[in-house]
Design a binder for this molecule. Structure first.
Ligand code: SF4
Length: 195
């Protein structure tokens, strides 16, 4: 399925801010969470279709107890449809904390001048993975800030490095990434690395 992103006030371009606060408030303030509309949006979601901003705003504004119950039940149903009844644990491995964004809640934010900025060298990445494998980990999520240095090619390279590390305890079977939004080409690049 090809991803066709919604178009909003600010065009979504890599490495550029794209959130228009007024636009978000406008969706929230104009949302009309009628019973029919909420059901319609829930059904769309249960069919695994991506919701747009207006639809998400409508669910956020739905505050009747029966609506909240419907949303919670649908979320549970969808979760079980996609993941089944299982819990997967994985270890985070911070590859680098350079970031050009400034999210209020995050220690990586660019306005945080007190933090030490660090990107693991290949040797440091390998020794970190060895330590995780020695502790029995099989699944990792590699974490990167949003920064030009962490291009899809760079991410793919680090993913390959991780898969290549083997110790007496075995190897990492599954690598996920927590990184900046990627273009379709970017996704192809990281997919080829085996995420
Ligand atoms: S690392 Fe992610 S959450 Fe933290 S400031 Fe950068 S973009 Fe925001």
């Amino acid at each position: 399925m090809k991803f066709t992103p919604e178009q909003y006030v600010i065009a979504d371009e890599a490495q550029k801010p794209y959130i228009d606060t007024e636009e978000i408030w406008s969706f929230l303030n104009n949302a009309k969470p009628t019973k029919e509309r909420v059901e319609e949006i829930i059904n769309k979601s249960l069919n695994k279709n991506r919701l747009n901003m207006e639809e998400v705003a409508t669910l956020i504004q739905a505050d009747e107890p029966y609506q909240i119950e419907m949303i919670k039940n649908a979320a549970k149903q969808l979760k079980e449809k996609v993941y089944g009844k299982r819990i997967v644990l994985f270890a985070p491995l911070y590859v680098g904390n350079l970031c050009m964004n400034n999210c209020e809640y995050c220690g990586f934010k660019s306005s945080n001048k007190e933090t030490v900025r660090k990107t693991l060298t290949k040797e440091e990445l390998i020794s970190s993975v060895e330590a995780l494998e020695e502790n029995g980990h099989k699944r990792l999520i590699l974490v990167y800030g949003e920064h030009k240095k962490y291009s899809p090619e760079y991410i793919a390279e680090t993913v390959k490095t991780v898969y290549g590390v083997k110790t007496k305890n075995g190897e990492i079977r599954r690598v996920n990434i927590n990184a900046a939004p990627l273009s379709i080409e970017g996704f192809k690049t990281v997919k080829e690395a085996g995420i």
